[in-house]
Ligand binder design. Sequence first.
Ligand SMILES: Nc1nc2c(c(=O)[nH]1)N[C@H]1C(S)=C(S)[C@@H](COP(=O)(O)OP(=O)(O)OC[C@H]3O[C@@H](n4cnc5c(=O)[nH]c(N)nc54)[C@H](O)[C@@H]3O)O[C@H]1N2
Ligand SMILES: Nc1nc2c(c(=O)[nH]1)N[C@H]1C(S)=C(S)[C@@H](COP(=O)(O)OP(=O)(O)OC[C@H]3O[C@@H](n4cnc5c(=O)[nH]c(N)nc54)[C@H](O)[C@@H]3O)O[C@H]1N2
Ligand SMILES: [Mo]
Length: 760
Amino acid sequence: MSDQPDVPGIKRYDSPAGGWGALNATARAVREQMDAFVAPITLLRTNQPDGFDCPGCAWPDKEHRSTFQFCENGAKAVTWEATKKRVPPEFFEKHTVASLLKWSDYDLENEGRLTHPMAYDRATDTYQPISWEAAFARIGDVLRSLPDPNQAEFYTSGRASNEAAFLYQLFAREYGTNNFPDCSNMCHEATSVGLPKSIGIGKGTVSLEDFDQCELIIAMGHNPGTNHPRMMGTLHECARRGVPIIVLNPLRERALERFADPQDALEMITFGSTDIASSYHLVKVGGDAAALKGVQKALLALDASTHSDGTVIDHAFIAEHTIGYEEFVDDINQTEWADIESESGLSRKALESIALAYSESNATIVTYGMGITQHSKGTSNVQQIANLLFMRGNIGKAGAGICPLRGHSNVQGNRTVGITELPSNEMLQRIEDTYGFVPPSHHGHDAVRAMQAILAGKSRVLMCLGGNFAVAMSDHEQCFPAMRTLDLSVFVNTKLNRSHLLVSQESIILPCLGRTELDAQEAGPQAVTVEDSMSMVHASRGKLPPASEHLRSEPAIVAGIAQATLPASKVPWFELVADYDRIRDGIEKVFPDFADYNERIRKPGGFRLPLPPTERKWTTPSGKATFIPFRGLRTSPESVGENALTLTTIRSHDQYNTTIYGLDDRYRGVFGRRDVIFMNEEDMRLRGLKHGDVIDLETALPGNRKRRLTGYTAITYKIARGSIGAYYPEANVLVPLDYIDAESGTPSYKSVPVTVSRAA
Ligand SMILES: Nc1nc2c(c(=O)[nH]1)N[C@H]1C(S)=C(S)[C@@H](COP(=O)(O)OP(=O)(O)OC[C@H]3O[C@@H](n4cnc5c(=O)[nH]c(N)nc54)[C@H](O)[C@@H]3O)O[C@H]1N2
Ligand SMILES: Nc1nc2c(c(=O)[nH]1)N[C@H]1C(S)=C(S)[C@@H](COP(=O)(O)OP(=O)(O)OC[C@H]3O[C@@H](n4cnc5c(=O)[nH]c(N)nc54)[C@H](O)[C@@H]3O)O[C@H]1N2
Ligand SMILES: [Mo]
């Protein structure tokens, strides 16, 4: 890019990921947010057996030996929560909601921790302090006044502990609804819906030990250097052991190319690094299903070749453990190479090379993230990965399996303890047996349906246990005004965000403790529990003094609301909250997989929930692992308009979902700004654009409303042809609310047809 014009804030970044850059950034995060004295102790407690679980990501720790102290983005998550900055009532006194709406997401959260319960006052357009009891009473009054409990929505973001999430679903169910929109609906829902049909359970099957034994890793659609930073330690180890790592990603991501482990003294001293990817394939955005079909096709050909004589495919595994193979093979045979190449953007030769490497590995793990799930065929994408693994018996074998990279640190746990809009009869029966009320059995709303119900005026109350629902959702131009039409919105949060400012008839902010903080209840300091990406459940104990004496824990807030809403409740809310062991006893009764819950979490490292596929037990309707063919190749609908490109929306290195820690995206060479569009040089040339041109984007899907993002700077990047990238959440304005994966309801945030033009 040497002959490129200079563009402000865009610089080449030639260093490996990790290394000294990461240590510097960690130091900066500490300096900007925390007391220099408290910070080191806090960071050292992260992911220690008696410390707290890092709120940064859901990657497990080996034997719970923390490798945390050098994890840059973990440090950002911790320091952002444990910041010394505060948002007291005086702050709200000084700033009207109208004025705060002009602030950036970064500025809003960077003000610090919320300290008091606050209620919106329309006369002054400000939030005013309210007592906890008055807030609970008001919420109870409004909820009780609804003619139908299904007019309330109970959103959860995956940071909530098992204890908080369990109480929350118990409350909403006793109140009378299964409306559980959840961040998971925007995230790994394609996994939760797709994998049970393939393998019987909607979770990953590998453990960290499998990475010690694997012979090949295929990494698809995730960016671990930024989003699963502790996974880099594992990948680094594997790469050093000589395990090939094949990457499919439309963008060149530095951490997947080269990484210097800050814990490796030699690498640090010598400014060395380790190559991570053995081969890197710039698959088209949305081209994964086609790429996987290509690999499958090449694998079938290898198996049929005289040389291998039917030893490439694990025919014994397929015969004993699976159904649907013939139909699956038929579909692959009908798929033409020319179509596979044009849809995936990868050459037949490249896909054959992946198949060859796969055929030579005795134990393969496929890891994947949002690049696979957030498509209109996300569920099928996930099932294609399972199909590929079945072909060589790579599930239920040491060193092999499927590894979805979960998002929020406890998003998987929330699901396990009952946050679901589609409750099973078994769970409902057990709730009834345990607590003595009959929970509703009809299906409730997921995230998109909840927002649609709010838009239609059918849902009147929105309660949010964490998160930033309106901003995380697609289609801000529709969703933001919809929030204002509610009778009541309630936000349990640690920090101020834009959802709070889209005030309803009434809005209440309830400030809660974070993971890092001491949670003292009647029986003394409490531990909460979380489940990581590998189904390990363990305790988390905060130690820091709370950000304000007025904060309450999430379980206590849920209990307060529940008691005020349901005065005749069958659940002894305050008794449960006095000692979280009692909440866990309840979880164990409703979910028998948690047998001896309290005992088992007292052991360092906790315990693993049962994963039948690891023993080749398939809890599918047929009792077998199931090949599910993917008909056709396209993962997004035909675009309208000429010359459309496919937009993917991604996270920068300085962000946690809608939380913007800073304005840099170091590894992609972007500094101090987020208003950029990553484009392939050839795609730019064909449109008469050059590096640094200011452009407008418009969604190219059928429909009559124009969705535009204007005044963004196009920059050349190593990205697959036909694909462009922009940051989430800014680009959410381009994603129609109903543009979803029909099977799982997941918004197709990662394949939006758009046209680009020079800015007007
Ligand atoms: N620091 C930090 N950590 C986080 C988060 C965070 O925002 N910041 N978020 C948390 C949450 S909730 C989640 S869900 C995870 C998200 O973790 P990721 O899944 O890694 O998140 P994304 O940034 O959305 O990016 C996905 C990657 O997929 C690639 N990609 C985009 N489109 C496609 C495609 O069509 N095909 C393929 N193969 N790849 C594609 C992008 O180039 C990018 O490298 O991380 C969690 N951890
Ligand atoms: N275009 C596009 N949109 C996306 C995505 C994408 O890739 N592209 N990704 C989607 C995904 S994967 C997800 S998971 C969603 C994320 O959606 P959410 O989970 O709703 O959003 P977050 O940004 O993680 O929530 C941030 C807020 O959480 C609060 N918070 C932080 N810690 C705590 C805590 O301990 N307790 C409580 N109660 N509150 C806390 C803070 O107040 C902060 O403002 O966004 C989705 N939206
Ligand atoms: Mo997520």
